[in-house]
Write a protein that binds this ligand. Structure first.
Ligand code: T5A
Length: 211
C-alpha cells in the first residue's frame, strides 16, 4: 500500500529541474514530509548503470529508438521495484527527477515512436504506479539549451540532438499536460528563478491542502 506521495519533475533540457528539485525538497521538509530524491534514468545502482549506457554509451553504433525506449523501461521497472514502491510503503515521499512522462516526450515526441507502443509498455511495466503530482517546467527549447550550455558541462548523447528534436519533446510534454491537467501542472520556467519558485510554491501548497 502506498502511504507516501509520489511527485515527479519534468521538462526539456535546461528547464531548471535540478534547481527546482532543491526548492521542492526544502518546501516539503519544512512541511513535515520525509523526502527521498531520486531520478530517471537511474535511481538504483543497477538502473544507474543503465543510465550510463543510455547517456554515455561508448559505441558509435546507431541506437534504435525502440532500444532506447526499452532500456528506459528496463531501468524504470528496477526503479519502481527497488526504490519507489518500498519508499512509498514506509510513508516517505518520493520526488523523482523525470519518470514515465519523459518516455512519451523524448521517445514519443522526440524519436517518433507511436503513442500506442509506449502506452502498451506503460501498462505492462508501470501500471498504476503513476505520480500523484507532476510539475512540468516548460521553457522554449532554444532558451533551455542556452541555459544548459551556460553550465559548460559536456553534452550527453541525448543533449546532442538537434533543436527540432527538443521542440517536439516540449510539444509532447504540453500535449500530455493537456490530457491530464489534474496531475500535470505547468510551471512557466522561462521566468526568473524567484518567479518559478513562487509558481512551484503555489502548486505544492494546493497539493498539500487537497491531498
Ligand atoms: N530521458 C529520460 C528520456 O529520453 N526518456 C526517459 O524516459 C527518461 C526518464 C536525462 C536524459 O534522459 C532523457 C531525458 C534527458 O535527456 P537529466 O539528468 O534529466 O537527463 O538531465 P537534463 O534534462 O539534461 O537536465 P539538465 O541537468 O540539463 O537540466 P535541468 O536540471 O533542467 O537544469 P538546471 O537546473 O541544471 O538549470 C540549467 C541552468 O539554468 C539555470 C541554472 O542555474 C543552470 O545553470 N537556471 C536558471 N536561469 C535563469 N532563470 C531560471 N529560472 C533558472 N533556473 C535554472
Amino acid at each position: 500500500m502506498r502511504k507516501g506521495k509520489f511527485i515527479t519533475v519534468e521538462g526539456t533540457e535546461g528547464a531548471g529541474k535540478s534547481t527546482a528539485l532543491k526548492f521542492i525538497q526544502d518546501f516539503l521538509e519544512q512541511n513535515g514530509k520525509q523526502i527521498v530524491l531520486t531520478r530517471e534514468p537511474g535511481g538504483t545502482p543497477f538502473a544507474e548503470e543503465v543510465r550510463n549506457l543510455l547517456l554515455h554509451a561508448k559505441t558509435t553504433e546507431k541506437i534504435e529508438p525502440e532500444t532506447e525506449l526499452l532500456l528506459m523501461f528496463a531501468g524504470r521497472v528496477q526503479h519502481i521495484a527497488q526504490c519507489i514502491l518500498p519508499t512509498l510503503q514506509t510513508g516517505k515521499w518520493i520526488v523523482s527527477d523525470r519518470y514515465i512522462d519523459a518516455s512519451y516526450a523524448y521517445q514519443g515526441g522526440g524519436r517518433g515512436i507511436s503513442h500506442h507502443y509506449i502506452h502498451k509498455l506503460d501498462r505492462l511495466a508501470v501500471g498504476h504506479i503513476y505520480p500523484d503530482l507532476t510539475l512540468l517546467l516548460d521553457i522554449p527549447a532554444d532558451l533551455g539549451m542556452q541555459r544548459a550550455e551556460k553550465r559548460g558541462v559536456q553534452k550527453d548523447r541525448i543533449e546532442q540532438e538537434r533543436m527540432d528534436f527538443f521542440v517536439r519533446v516540449r510539444q509532447a510534454y504540453l500535449d500530455r499536460a493537456k490530457q491530464d491537467p489534474n496531475r500535470i501542472k505547468i510551471i512557466d520556467a522561462s521566468k526568473s528563478l524567484a518567479d518559478v519558485e513562487t509558481q512551484i510554491h503555489q502548486v505544492l501548497t494546493e497539493f498539500l491542502v487537497n491531498k
